[in-house]
Design a binder for this molecule. Structure first.
Ligand SMILES: [Fe+2]
Length: 179
């Protein structure tokens, strides 16, 4: 289950309704779609191919289309990180750098888990997500991504344009979450 950890105070929130309500104030979407509809072998396949990706995306077609029409997203794909990923440590160093995007960062976790630290009101809030959970980090929100001790995650990502994916690292280009 998801968990919020506030770095300044150490406070944690584990109740999913409270997590959803807290994050919604800052434009961060949290939802649970579950993974019961996927077989274990499909979920846990990390050397993904077109068939695996298609099966997963089709299983969530209804939720994905609702989200896309509501938020203006165009397309989706599957992304994985695991010990099978070449240069995993190097990639994780890159993902740990604070940045924002001009589009929302949308992830539905199919397997594994990870942490999205997001800067909120002068604090850093670690948003821990795991299989079955959706997170939308809104455009402009300063954040980064970390793997946890499982060191693997498999996600559906949903996006508008590939250009919106580029990470903007420079603080001076920062747009605040309430702009
Ligand atoms: Fe990002």
């Amino acid at each position: 289950m998801a968990k919020l950890v506030f770095r300044n105070s150490g406070k944690t929130i584990t109740d999913s309704n409270q997590i959803k309500e807290f994050l919604a104030q800052y434009g961060v979407v949290y939802d649970r779609w579950g993974v019961d509809r996927l077989s274990e072998d499909i979920r846990k396949k990390y050397d993904i191919d077109e068939e695996n990706s298609k099966t997963i995306i089709e299983a969530y077609r209804k939720e994905l289309e609702e989200l896309k029409s509501k938020m203006g997203y165009i397309t989706e794909d599957i992304v994985v990180l695991s010990d099978k990923t070449p240069n995993l440590d190097g990639l994780m160093e890159k993902f740990k750098r604070e940045h924002h995007h001009t589009d929302d960062e949308v992830r539905f976790v199919v397997d594994g888990s990870g942490i999205f630290p997001v800067k909120i009101d002068g604090d850093i809030v670690d948003i821990h997500v795991e299989a079955g959970e959706l997170i939308v980090v809104p455009a402009g929100a300063r954040h980064w991504f970390e793997l946890d001790e499982n060191r693997k995650i498999k996600c559906i990502r949903v996006f508008k344009t590939p250009a919106g994916w580029e990470a903007i690292y420079n603080e001076n280009e920062k747009a605040t979450m309430r702009d």
